[in-house]
Design a protein around this ligand. Structure first.
Ligand code: TNX
Length: 516
């Protein structure tokens, strides 16, 4: 009942782009506008009256696995067979590779006689399919008159990303989340063309990835009771991790592993007291304080440990980046921090990966070939500017706009508040290109929204804090600057609500949005 009322509201509230089409002609116009997609598409040319209607006879044509993914996504809702073939056909959605659409871009042409999706590669096809899914009504429109169902609005979309890197982070250290929960999260985020998932795999409380050369890291650091407040615990086996890498890749997402060092290492030092300068194991810590632990920068064993960890992580990570943390090292003297980075950043390159770290690594001259993740709230950052001038690249994660673990407001449950309350308009209201003065556009790889897990326990907690704010960050990262418009964004977001309801996503019903 409630669902069908939502659906009815959705159909009425959305602008009827095809309203001018002849009412007498069949099919009836789509209730969805070509421009309603999240994140906003780069270019759209509606062609009212040229809508495509998906029917029991529609076929999907395409050689690769994305055609199968599209069919699998549409079958449950429509109840149609949607066979997948490789021979050209009528009444078809055709996926085809064609050069000229960029690494992740695509062209989608929707006409009465068929739909064609063109892309240079698999990533573009995947992105085009996400767009196509949003152009179909959501399955909850059960009482919509049959003739209005499964209509895709006519026209052409030419779309491509503003930035190559559009990420989010999940902290597995403060509260562990199982591979199943991570897969569900991957499903959710991939709908919005997020293409990197950064996993924060170690911290003071726990160590969450198996390292064969140092097995006690997970035997002790991944034991029950190693979450914040003595909760939970757990870790990923190498098979778990490799499985997640593949699952993510199928959804155009690259996993970015992080081991945080030289600070945030209390769990590692309990497992291996030789990683402290005095050789004494520290006590277990499951509180939320930061900045008190440090590796022993002058000891050679530290670098044997770090190299083993980097080598084993690099071996199971096909993606280009390996994140070595580097934040909040209040227990590491400045000179020691620089000495540490001088040895560790090149180790990442030795194993074929691009060194990536929180922006503090920018203090090191060795960071010139690294990627800095800017998480600050200040807007003038000389060390970041110097590193960028020397060649470093930047990913923008300003805490006061992108931190998904900040509370929405004083009333919503969960989240911290040190970077302020972040409602949807705050997450949306900034520009990665101009946030830091003096950083040239060519040095910015993209955006990432981190989700630290101090206050997260369940999958619902993840979803509540991530959605809808992550979609705001996805749009800043994907859509051209010229399309950014709060009123347009909030209207499209409001119309998306019923899809999250259908998918069982417990999103924050922000009072800033008029939800359908
Ligand atoms: C700061 S931002 C941290 C994390 C905490 C987070 C909580 C950053 C690089 N470090 O250690 O989990 O705040 O919001």
């Amino acid at each position: 009942m409630r669902l069908s009322r939502l659906a009815a509201t959705l159909a009425v509230a959305l602008p009827l782009v095809t309203a001018t089409a002849s009412a007498a002609s069949s099919p009836a116009p789509s209730p969805i506008a070509l421009t309603s997609v999240l994140p906003a598409v780069a270019e759209a040319q509606p062609d009212p009256g040229n809508d495509f209607r998906l029917t029991a006879g529609t076929v999907i044509v395409g050689a690769g696995d994305v055609a199968g993914q599209l069919a699998a996504a549409l079958r449950p809702a429509t109840g149609f067979a949607l066979p997948v073939g490789t021979m050209p056909a009528a009444n078809a959605i055709t996926l085809r590779l064609q050069p000229g659409h960029g690494d992740e871009g695509y062209r989608l042409t929707i006409r009465r006689d068929g739909v064609e999706l063109l892309a240079t590669g698999r990533a573009g096809l995947f992105n085009g399919v996400q767009t196509l899914r949003q152009l179909l009504p959501s399955a909850i429109e059960a009482d919509t008159p049959q003739r209005r169902k499964w209509i895709i609005p006519g026209g052409t979309i030419d779309d491509r990303p503003r930035y190559a890197y559009r990420g989010t982070m999940l902290d597995l250290a403060r509260h562990f989340h199982t591979p199943d929960e991570i897969r569900t999260h991957i499903d959710r985020i991939s709908r919005f063309k997020i293409n990197h998932l950064h996993l924060h795999l170690s911290d003071d409380q726990g160590w969450r990835i198996r390292i064969d050369a140092w097995p006690r890291l997970t035997e002790i650091g991944g034991a029950p009771g190693t979450g914040v407040g003595g909760d939970g615990g757990g870790f990923l086996t190498k098979d778990d991790y490799r499985g997640l890498v593949r699952y993510a890749a199928d959804r155009n997402i690259t996993i970015v592993p992080e081991i945080d060092m030289p600070g945030h290492v209390n769990a590692a030092q309990i497992a291996y007291p030789e990683l402290t300068c005095d050789g004494v194991a520290p006590r277990q810590r499951t509180d939320m304080r930061v900045g008190y632990s440090t590796l022993c920068v002058r000891d050679e064993i530290t670098y044997r440990f770090v190299e083993d960890v980097i080598r084993e992580l690099a071996e199971m990570t096909p993606g280009p980046y390996l994140h070595i943390g580097g934040d909040e090292t209040f227990a590491t003297p400045h000179g020691s921090y620089l000495a540490f980075q001088r040895r560790v950043l090149p180790l990442v390159e030795k194993y074929g990966k691009i060194p990536y770290g929180w922006h503090e690594i920018g203090q090191s001259p060795a960071a010139a070939t690294s990627v800095l993740q800017f998480w600050g709230r200040e807007r003038n950052h000389p060390a970041v500017a110097t590193a960028v001038a020397a060649g470093a690249k930047v990913i923008m994660s300003p805490a006061d706009h992108t931190y998904l673990d900040m509370e929405y407001d004083l009333l919503t449950p969960g989240g911290l508040d040190w970077a302020g309350a972040i409602e949807v308009s705050t997450a949306y209201g900034w520009d990665p290109a101009t946030l830091l003065p003096g950083i040239p556009a060519t040095s910015i790889l993209g955006v990432e929204a981190p989700l630290w897990s101090e206050t997260l326990h369940t999958e619902d907690d993840i979803e509540f804090l991530a959605f809808p704010r992550l979609v705001a960050i996805a749009e800043l990262g994907w859509s051209p600057r010229a399309t950014h418009d709060w009123d347009s964004f909030r209207a499209r977001l409001g119309a998306y609500g019923p899809r999250w309801v259908r998918d069982g996503v417990r999103f924050h019903r922000s009072p800033e949005i008029r939800w359908s």
